[in-house]
Design a protein. Structure first.
Length: 348
């Protein structure tokens, strides 16, 4: 997750870029190519910095750039504004960067920036969100359909029947759409005794709090909540439940089962306290690492093909023809919340 304002009036480029032709996986494409910084400067554009998830990603970027031998500029924050993100991309291109690592805010609007980069011959790696159109060398992302399915299966086993709420992300983002549809479809197919109530919250904490408060007034009998982004929804959800006397510890009568997405330290603390039950750990560290890995490869002309990688993930070809490295994103519960391998336990 992430947050986005309704600033959608971004001019989209008219022509669709050609999809990347796949011809080599991370296993069979050897060597790093080029000397230190030999490929040139890399621009890194963030969607926002109001979420602990993106704050963590931002902290990982310089560390991973160094470990992957990439000369990355200081990150640029688009501040939840899709039109500003296009401006940020153009500004970076005008500064002469030779590569871009972008976390798109709007899956469609970002194509205008991608087309500008293609015209200048600058490769782009997309992190967290796959663009609907435009050319990118690779999308570095976890399987967001699996996020919704994991949340559904967890709640389905905790709540036998009754009402559950999904606090959705921005439906202008493929992430919000995929998580929402996957959760909804899974409940329909596997847990028909559950009734799904939905809150479109656009990755905005204030919107989530306000709409959840209103919904609880009409439906005080909800039994489960799926938060699509703990970074922006955790605090307002817990505060809203607490204000209504509905925040009960796991195991206590009246406890509302809650599963989240992100894997931030705050969610882990909430699991330990029994405030929420589970989260899907979205790999902020690996997003930064493989964003740098793939942009370096792209600047050296390397290409990849679908299939297993040498780092525990799988590259898939999306319907658009774009390649996506789907990184592991484990479910975290009270049983494994203290696992030292989880990035959320290594954040200082």
């Amino acid at each position: 997750m992430r947050s986005s304002r309704p600033a959608r009036a971004v001019a989209l480029a008219a022509c669709a870029a050609l999809a990347l032709t796949a011809c080599g996986s991370t296993k069979d494409t050897g060597g790093s190519g080029g000397k230190a910084g030999g490929e040139g400067k890399v621009g890194v554009i963030l969607p926002l910095l109001t979420s602990p998830f993106w704050q963590s990603y931002n902290d990982y970027v310089p560390k991973m750039a160094k470990s992957e031998d990439v000369d990355a500029l200081k990150t640029v924050n688009s501040n939840s504004d899709p039109s500003q993100q296009i401006t940020d991309i153009n500004n970076q291109l005008n500064q002469g960067v030779k590569g871009l690592v972008v976390a798109p805010l709007d899956s469609a609007a970002v194509s205008a920036g991608l087309d500008q980069a293609e015209r200048k011959g600058v490769p782009v790696v997309a992190v967290d969100v796959a663009p609907e159109k435009g050319k990118v060398a690779m999308v570095v992302r976890a399987n967001n359909v699996a996020y919704g399915q994991k949340a559904c299966d967890y709640l389905g086993k905790q709540v036998e029947s009754g009402k559950v709420v999904q606090i959705m992300g921005d439906l202008a983002s493929v992430n919000g759409r995929e998580r929402s549809k996957a959760f909804r479809d899974c409940v329909k197919d596997k847990y028909p005794e559950l009734k799904v109530l939905e809150i479109p919250a656009k990755w905005e904490s204030d919107t989530a709090a306000s709409k959840l408060d209103t919904l609880l007034n009409s439906h005080p009998d909800i039994k489960g909540i799926y938060m699509q982004a703990g970074g922006v929804y955790l605090a307002p959800t817990l505060q809203t439940l607490k204000s209504k006397g509905m925040l009960k510890k796991a195991g206590a009568k009246g406890h509302i089962s809650i599963v989240s997405n992100d894997g931030i330290p705050q969610e882990f603390d909430a699991i330990r306290k029994g405030q929420i039950d589970a989260t899907v750990s979205q790999p902020a560290d690996s997003y930064a690492k493989y964003g740098m890995y793939y942009i370096k490869a792209a600047m050296n002309g390397k290409k990849f093909k679908p299939g297993p990688t040498d780092h525990g993930s799988t590259i898939v070809k999306l319907p658009s023809g774009i390649l996506e490295d789907q990184l592991p994103a484990p479910l975290v519960t009270k049983e494994n919340v203290d696992d030292a391998e989880l990035w959320g336990n290594s954040v200082q």
